[in-house]
Design a protein around this ligand. Sequence first.
Ligand code: SF4
Length: 282
Amino acid sequence: MNIRYIQSKKILTPQKGGFLTEGEYPFTHTLSWAIGCGFGSIYCGKYCYAQKIPNWYYSREEGEEWGDALIIKENAPDLLQKQLSNARTRQSMRIFMSSVTDPYQPIERKIRMTRRCLEVFQKFDDLDLLVIQTRAPSVTDDLALIADIPYAWLSMTIETDRYDLPYGPSKAHIEKRFDAVRQAVEAGVNTQITVSPCLPYSHDFATHLVESGAHRIVVDTFVLGDGTQGTRTENSPFADTVNYDWRDNSIAEQLYQQLRHKHANVTWSSSGFVGILPRNQR
Ligand code: SF4
């Protein structure tokens, strides 16, 4: 993994359209302190839409593939402090961290970039929403801090409970993520699970999701969730290799219907991601 550090000019990216605005309560900004992803070489890197985004294309060095490099915006916490201090509309800010990488990178335990950003958020109690989207169980390092940010939500990706899939998670990793969700709920953190994208799953997956205690569940598909109606997934290394029809939305739809009978707050695709109520209505 090639690690490079840069000084960035901004850290909050205004959202003017796209997946994170296609719902009732759109996000206003995204926050990604890195370009690239240290998980890019594992299964999700095979279909990850973020590798198709120009930011990575223009920042990588010749020959680098997704997962080969992480470019760290070294001044992210300072920029965040400045942008939040100067924001005139802070009370309406709804921030998604992160849209093109994972905030709990393997290197996070060494550099604590996400933790330092959370410590900045902790100083401002008047934002509307911060969603911390990750698939890394190491988010549990920061649960006390997240619980202390009144508008923060942990959003944990759990795409399946099956560990026998080509390009799927291991048994240990699935269990660790469920455990992280349970710990977050116990710590008083607002917690959602995103089944995104929904992979083939076992008979008991819906029950496992409900029993985790997550406050919300979002179910999404490859076709609806990659931002290009499946084109990005079709052009990924994943599409030619798997032994199931990743275009079949009914796999996710069946899970969604099962969950609706078992859980009070189950939502679908972009309207689910973009459906957390404003703070004054929660
Ligand atoms: S962790 Fe997220 S950003 Fe990183 S490769 Fe997997 S899906 Fe992409």
